[in-house]
Design a protein. Structure first.
Ligand SMILES: Nc1ncnc2c1ncn2[C@@H]1O[C@H](COP(=O)(O)OP(=O)(O)OP(=O)(O)O)[C@@H](O)[C@H]1O
Ligand SMILES: [Mg+2]
Length: 256
């Protein structure tokens, strides 16, 4: 592998992670060098934990991780210029009273003057059709609007790798489509977790996690239908859908 390759890739080498005494990831070895990588899996399969390893928010128990040539074990501050992270819950990310303060904070941290940080933030809001949000209190925004502010604040920092943990869950359809188009135009590598499989159709590679291990790994047209079929089969056994009702009928004694 050439150094240039290593710089654009995310690598896991036999990584294991335990949280509160429970094994979450087991001997994970992966090399992600595609531009768009989707991460899918059922609740609790380890998706959010995996991406938290990439910006140093969680330390691995064992194994090696390299993120665009950097070691996230050095901590989140060391990774902030490399990895932009959009959390599953906007309330875990938003800390300032107003939208403009939220947007300018990261830029100020990168050394920009207050004037330049405000200019870039205002330009982005304007370009996205939300110039009127600048002075709005963050707490007055809807959940989807908060999610969008989180995404804007990370985009402004122009990181090498963008990680999005279920970024669309609160967004309305037009916003979702616009944001997806925007993401696909970006030059950065993107790792995105989503339960909304249609948002991953244009991705290069999909990794399906199951109990902290890779269950399937391949192009979207192979992995997404397999995952969907598996989910339907599980729903039937869980009794959450029509499948259970049908199987109940089949097992009911005649005449009951
Ligand atoms: N803060 C925490 N402390 C301890 N264990 C945790 C914590 N967060 C998650 N876990 C555990 O780690 C495992 C993986 O959780 P994780 O949040 O990575 O799953 P996920 O695939 O992102 O699920 P979801 O689709 O529900 O977001 C689960 O068993 C969960 O109980
Ligand atoms: Mg999660």
């Amino acid at each position: 592998m050439s150094p240039a390759d290593a710089k654009a890739a995310v690598e896991f080498d036999q990584v294991s992670l335990t949280r509160d005494g429970v094994r979450v990831l087991t001997d994970l070895s992966l090399r992600l060098d595609e531009s768009r990588v989707g991460l899918i899996g059922h609740n609790g399969s380890g998706k959010s934990s995996l991406v938290r390893l990439l910006n140093g928010l969680l330390p691995a128990d064992s194994g090696q991780i390299r993120v665009h040539g950097r070691d996230p074990a050095k901590g989140p501050e060391q990774m902030s210029a490399t990895v932009g992270f959009i959390f599953q819950n906007p309330d875990h990310q938003l800390i300032f009273p107003t939208v403009i303060e939220e947007l300018t904070f990261g830029l100020r941290n990168q050394g920009l003057s207050a004037k330049e940080a405000t200019r870039q933030s205002s330009d982005l809001l304007h370009a996205q059709g939300h110039a009127d949000w600048a002075e709005r209190p963050v707490h007055s925004l809807s959940e989807g609007q908060k999610q969008l502010v989180c995404i804007f604040s990370v985009l402004l920092l122009n990181p090498d790798l963008l990680i999005l943990d279920e970024p669309f869950s609160a967004l309305d359809l037009p916003t979702r489509y616009r944001l997806l188009d925007l993401l696909h135009e970006l030059p950065q590598q993107i790792v995105m977790i989503s339960h909304e499989l249609d948002t991953l159709e244009r991705f290069d590679r999909i990794i399906w996690l199951e109990q902290g291990r890779v269950h399937q790994d391949g192009p979207p047209d192979q992995v997404l239908p397999a995952y969907q079929a598996d989910a339907r089969a599980r729903a039937a056994t869980l009794g959450l859908g029509r499948g259970r009702a049908e199987s109940d009928r089949r097992t009911e004694p005649a005449g009951s």
